[in-house]
Structure formats: C-alpha cells, structure tokens
Write a protein that binds this ligand. Structure first.
Ligand code: GSH
Length: 218
C-alpha cells in the first residue's frame, strides 16, 4: 500500500497537491499525518524519518521514497498511466508540465502574502504589486487552458489531472483572500470546489483544531 506523509490539511498546500492527485483518482493509500511547525522536536524527527529533506509531502512505495509534491505527481503518473495525470497529447502534456513547474517554482509573492489557511475568515487584504502580478498570471494560465482544452471537460486540460492538483491550493487562496477573478477563472474555481476530493480535503482541514501561529498573521 502506498503511504503519503502529509502535514496539516488546513495549511499544507504542498501536501494537498499529491493527496488530491491520488484521491481524485481513487488510488488507495495510507495517510500519515505529522503536525507541522510544532515546538516538539519529535514531530520534525518523524518527518526526517521519512525524508531527509525534512519536508512533507513524501510518498513511500515499498522501498522507494519520493519527496517533493511535483516529483510525487510524476511518480504517480508513471505508476498508474491509466489515470492520465498528464494529457495524452504531447503538446498538451508539455503545456501541463510547464504550468505545473511554473506553479512549483514561482508565485512567491502570492504564496508569501496569501498563505493557505482554510479556517481564515474570507476577507481581502492589501496586496503588493508582485502578488497582483502573480494573480493576473495565474488567471492567464487558467483562461488559456480553458480556451484551448475546455471542450474536453471543466478542468485545465479537460478531466482533473496533475496540473489541476498543482493549482488546487491557489483556488483556496483566491477564495479566502476574496480575490476578484475573471468569469472564466471563476468557472474553473467552481469546478475545482465541486470536485469530491477537493471537498473532502477541505472538510478535513476545517475540522482540524491545531493552530500554526506564524500562519495566522493576516
Ligand atoms: N518543494 C516542496 C516544498 C515542501 C514544503 O515546503 N513543505 C512544508 C509544508 S507545506 C514543510 O514540510 N514544512 C515543515 C518544515 O519545514 O519543518 C514540495 O513541493 O513538496
């Protein structure tokens, strides 16, 4: 059985990505929850016991450990080709990988200023120019995908896939920070928020009571 090591569902956007990729495709896995940023060294040691990077998520498949969200999604895509985490068409697949990598390595201002926090009361905050540029770029990515591939289904490349998993936490950020989006981006957000696996993660995150003080600043 696969084992996915994750952090707090309320806050851990990197954990959410591979969790969704697995759950939305009904791939069975055991979930190992380790609370993040506690003062208890035992918690950090548990993470280090799974991955020497000291971060979640990590996927354990027998004697193989994969750390890092995007590497996990790639591994799952290879192990379960039938679920088509990446589009079949090579050009579309390259597009999906490009935007996933762009998400993985960028959008720092948005990430820093609008941390994922499902509990947070919905309200807007003043944003830097960098964050506003990130928001515009995310919407451009979504709308371009919807224009090109919308005929195949409600997600970025039609059916829910790896790129959607990478952008899923951004949907929560846009929602909780009351970010105004274009109608086509709103449609995509609605499709994501209707996905049963997305709802399941959200419900579980909202049921958590652990608070990470450093993420409760805005
Ligand atoms: N690039 C990594 C980032 C992983 C990451 O930053 N994880 C955070 C939680 S979302 C973490 O494990 N923090 C705990 C710590 O640093 O002690 C990925 O994509 O998986």
């Amino acid at each position: 059985m696969l084992k996915l090591v994750i952090g707090n569902k309320n806050y851990s956007s990197w954990s959410m990505r591979p969790w969704l990729a697995l759950r939305a495709n009904n791939i069975a896995f055991d979930e190992v929850f380790i609370p993040l940023y506690t003062d208890d060294k035992a918690d950090k040691d548990r993470i280090l016991g799974f991955s020497r990077a000291g971060k979640v998520p990590a996927l354990i498949d027998g004697d193989v450990t994969i750390w890092d969200s995007l590497a996990i999604i790639e591994y799952v895509a290879e192990k379960f080709p039938e679920i088509r985490l990446w589009p079949e068409d090579r050009a579309a697949r390259a597009h999906a990988r490009s935007i996933s990598a762009e998400m993985h390595s960028g959008f720092m201002a948005l990430r820093n200023e609008c941390g994922m926090n499902l509990h947070r009361p919905v309200r807007a905050i003043p944003l830097s120019e960098g964050a506003r540029e990130n928001i515009a770029r995310v919407q451009q990515i979504w709308i371009e995908c919807r224009e090109r591939y919308g005929k195949f289904g409600p997600f970025l490349f039609g059916a829910f896939g790896g790129a959607d998993a990478m952008f899923a936490p951004v949907v929560h950020r846009f929602r909780t920070y009351a970010i105004e989006v274009a109608p086509d981006a709103r449609e995509y957000m609605d499709a994501m928020m209707s996905l049963p696996a997305f709802k399941e993660w959200t419900r579980a995150g909202l049921a958590e009571t652990l608070v990470i003080e450093k993420f409760e600043t805005v």
